[in-house]
Design a binder for this molecule. Structure first.
Ligand SMILES: C[S@@+](CC[C@H](N)C(=O)[O-])C[C@H]1O[C@@H](n2cnc3c(N)ncnc32)[C@H](O)[C@@H]1O
Length: 288
């Protein structure tokens, strides 16, 4: 089954689909540096283009709709700062949905923050650490009929089938040291004023990464406080399931942090791809 990726970023979601046996035929991405990373990180072509300029024929040029899953991360900047009262601009989201409707593919898995899907039906929430990832990031996927089965999560909570879940796959597994703590400086100044920082021990899933995580999270080792340091972009990559030596990122640290913060963690993307295979049993896949 073919995949087309709208707003592809550096290709983490696209690569996740490839690893699950889908053929990513093409992607579209506005930022040329991200598009170039996309082509390094996947086997697909990534067009530098504004998706609002596309029509169904542009997608059909790469793959017939009835043999295609359309995936993509709809940019969500106006939603991501937890400003629930702000006026949200849904024009880009709605343009993407109109484009996908006109193309009429076999399936979709379009990703956004849950708030970004307000007013839209058939959105399924997926949490990274429930499906083998290292963070608590959750995202809504439009087109996924059911959430992927949980493979990880709160070990005290029994699954519906009576089996116990595996223990939480903590962020410390992605970073050196087991006893590390992670403090979230992104939580507003109010916390700092009260001398209270939200702190996670290493065996809990890590916080959701954003483009500002490099300056937002502090790591330290309980046993050796002299090792206090800021989270770096290699840490961010590992927390999203990527070996930093095997992936291509934009040249600057700021652009890399932004691209990783915008990406779908690899475990989440793979779980979504596997769930689509369950949803459409007739999908024809190559070996991943
Ligand atoms: C949420 S990120 C996608 C992340 C990607 N799925 C991944 O896992 O790496 C959204 C991307 O859309 C791009 N973008 C924003 N507006 C766009 C537009 N009008 N046309 C195409 N791409 C756009 C942004 O540059 C950003 O890389």
């Amino acid at each position: 089954m073919n995949v087309l990726d709208l707003c592809g970023g550096i290709g983490v979601l696209g690569r996740a689909f490839e690893l699950e046996g889908f053929d990513v035929m093409a992607a579209w991405e506005l930022d040329d540096k991200r598009a170039s990373c996309y082509e390094q990180n996947t086997d697909a072509t990534c067009n530098v283009a504004d998706v609002t300029d596309l029509d169904a024929a542009d997608l059909a040029a790469y793959s017939p709709p009835n043999q295609t899953v359309v995936i993509g991360g709809i940019p969500c900047q106006t939603y991501s700062q937890a400003n629930n009262n702000a006026e949200h601009d849904t024009s880009l989201r709605d343009a993407v949905l109109d484009l996908v409707d006109a193309y009429d593919p076999a399936a979709t898995a379009l990703e956004n923050v849950m708030l970004g899907w307000q007013g839209i039906d058939n959105v399924t929430k997926v949490r990274d650490c429930d499906v083998g990832g290292y963070t608590i990031r959750e995202r809504g996927f439009k087109g996924l009929h059911n959430p992927p089965p949980r493979t990880h999560g709160d070990p005290g909570q029994a699954r519906l089938d009576g089996q116990r879940l595996e223990p939480i796959n903590g962020w410390a597994e992605a970073l050196p040291g087991d006893e590390n703590l992670m403090a979230d400086f992104q939580q507003q100044a109010a916390y700092r004023d009260r001398n209270r920082l939200p702190v996670l021990p290493g065996h809990e899933p890590g916080y959701t990464l954003t483009s500002k995580s490099v300056n937002g999270f502090l790591l330290w080792d309980e046993a050796n406080r002299s090792s206090i340091r800021w989270l770096d972009t290699d840490d961010m990559a590992r927390l999203h399931g990527m070996d930093p030596d095997k992936w291509t990122f934009p040249e600057t640290k700021t652009a890399t942090a932004a691209a990783i913060g915008d990406s779908v963690p690899l475990a989440m993307g793979r779980a979504v791809a596997r769930q689509l295979r369950r949803q459409i049993p007739t999908l024809e896949l190559t070996d991943g």
